[in-house]
Design a protein around this ligand. Structure first.
Ligand code: GUN
Length: 282
């Protein structure tokens, strides 16, 4: 029987626990600041979802919406102000940024104890070194929680990740490698992708290409972690990178889209925020 890795249920459980933790706090409430630059609709939707999740757990959320023409100095000065604001526990700069901005400089301005997204060079370096103290990027930690909760073996397994971004593919590869998996991080120049998918015990995919792999290009019993958000057909149906129904016929375990990795990313953002809250209230 194929295991459905239900992220919606697990995320709900995590959010309930956080709500309880917040209710037990004796000091002020935790607070997340989100900076969004420009008018990208998908980014606006993600930010809305993040703030709504904060509200359901009685966490304060503040959005700083900047015009798409905002310059580097302006963005950095907002981050510096938030770094120095003792009522702010986590700072998230919604990506992608408008092209004229230098993403790395902006992200690396976030003070380490407020890096709720785990994207600064310090947290990335900690992950590289296998330092458990690192703040993991939300999607990466969400996937780890799903694999752990549903008892999917990582140690000694062959993992193929089809994504090499700083937010997902690279940190996920490092994490699973640190945990004893043999990891291939594929990207658009990868020759013979299916040689890697056929050999994988776990496939994590985030390409934005629906049907990037089909059920003949994987090993029976494979675990499929579908991280993608794609819209297909005239009704713009939300789907992932794989055809869920077809892939479920051969997979041992699979995340649905929607209801898999997406809700976990949001729940883990709150978990990371609670960690930042503790660091900021030591
Ligand atoms: N854009 C899409 N996903 C993410 C994320 O996890 N963090 C940030 N900051 N931006 C994103």
């Amino acid at each position: 029987m194929t295991k459905i890795l239900d992220g919606k249920i697990l995320a709900q459980k995590i959010k309930l626990e956080i709500k309880q933790q917040v209710a037990n706090l004796t000091k002020r409430k935790p607070k997340l600041a989100v900076i969004i630059i420009g008018d990208d609709l998908a980014s606006q939707m993600y930010v809305h979802t993040k703030i709504k999740a904060c509200q359901t757990c009685d966490i304060d959320g503040q959005v700083i919406a900047l015009d798409k023409s905002a310059n580097q100095t302006e963005v950095i000065s907002h981050i510096e102000r938030l770094n120095n604001d003792s009522t702010i526990d986590g700072i998230l700069v919604q990506l992608p940024l408008p092209k004229h901005l230098d993403m790395l400089t902006i992200i690396n301005t976030i003070t380490i104890d407020k890096d709720v997204d785990g994207l600064t060079n310090i947290n990335a370096g900690r992950l590289l070194q296998g330092d458990k103290q690192t703040m993991l990027p939300c999607t990466v930690k969400g996937i780890l929680e799903l694999l752990t909760y549903y008892k999917i073996l990582i140690k000694g397994q062959n993992v193929t990740i089809i994504n090499d971004s700083n937010i997902v593919g690279k940190p996920l590869g490092l994490l699973l490698n640190n945990m004893g998996a043999t990891v291939s991080v594929a990207h658009k120049l990868t020759k013979d992708l299916f040689a890697y998918t056929k050999n994988a015990d776990i496939i994590c995919t985030a390409t934005g290409v629906h049907n990037i792999i089909n059920n003949k290009q994987v090993k029976p019993g494979v675990t499929i972690i579908d991280i993608a958000i794609n819209y297909t057909g005239p009704n713009k149906k939300l789907v992932g990178d794989v055809n869920f129904m077809e892939m479920a016929k051969v997979a041992g375990a699979i995340t649905p889209v929607p209801g898999g990795v997406g809700p976990m990313t949001i729940a883990i953002l709150l978990t990371n925020l609670m960690t930042c809250y503790e660091l900021n209230n030591k």
